[in-house]
Ligand binder design. Structure first.
Ligand code: G3P
Length: 214
């Protein structure tokens, strides 16, 4: 399973890249805005650090505009993946971009039927937003389970990214469901790293070690 970090914060990206636990990065317009940085500078800096897939979002409306915008975004580097909205225009753009050899991440997917169509259009990745479904009272992870089964049934090449992750349990459930990737915010990676029993165990070992004569 691959982990991507879901942020545009360069320090968090460096921290987890250096720990060897992330394979790529996903961003979106909200995350770029939250960083308070200039888009081109942030993407260039991320590409300096991360030698794996880096998703950046195309925001145009028509298929033709999405294709042109995506071609420009792809120039940021060999690892750039273009996030394309799950719309009719987005599917058309996905098909054309795939033909051009540009990798796509079809985003804002909330049902297995959307995931299936995105895969048919040739998406490299399909991003299922589990947290936002949970927020509305649905079981977001069901969409990951269903999509995973469908993709396996037919040997579909698109990879499933479980996105909109709210807590470490989402990551474990995504892994159990066969999601190829989980894209995880830094705060959740922090929670995954630590455990109170680890801290307690370290404190006890340190206290006992102090009693040992070298
Ligand atoms: O990057 C896409 C997705 O992970 C956003 O999550 O927390 O805004 O629902 P969230």
């Amino acid at each position: 399973m691959e982990f991507y970090i879901d942020t545009a914060e360069i320090e968090a990206i460096k921290k987890y890249w250096d720990m060897g636990v992330i394979d790529g990065v996903t961003t979106n317009p909200t995350l770029i805005a939250r960083s308070g940085r200039v888009f081109s500078e942030v993407v260039a800096e991320i590409a300096e650090v991360v030698k794996g897939p880096i998703s950046v979002e195309a925001v145009s409306e028509t298929a033709e505009e999405l294709i042109e915008e995506s071609k420009k975004l792809a120039e940021y580097g060999e690892h750039i993946v273009i996030k394309i909205p799950m719309t009719e225009a987005g599917l058309k753009a996905t098909k054309e971009l795939t033909k051009l050899g540009i990798k796509t991440n079809v985003t804002l997917i909330f049902s297995a039927s959307q995931a299936l169509l995105a895969a048919k259009a040739g998406a490299t990745y399909v991003s299922v937003f589990v947290g936002r479904l949970d927020d509305k009272g649905h079981e977001g992870m069901d969409v990951v389970w269903e999509s995973s089964q469908i993709f396996q049934n037919f040997g579909m090449e698109s990879k499933i990214i479980t996105a909109s992750i709210r807590h470490p349990r989402h990551v474990i459930d995504a892994a159990k469901a066969g999601s190829h990737v989980a894209t995880v915010p830094p705060a959740i990676l922090d929670k995954m790293t630590t455990h109170p029993l680890t801290d307690d165990g370290l404190a006890r070992f340190a206290a006992d070690w102090a009693k040992v004569k070298a």
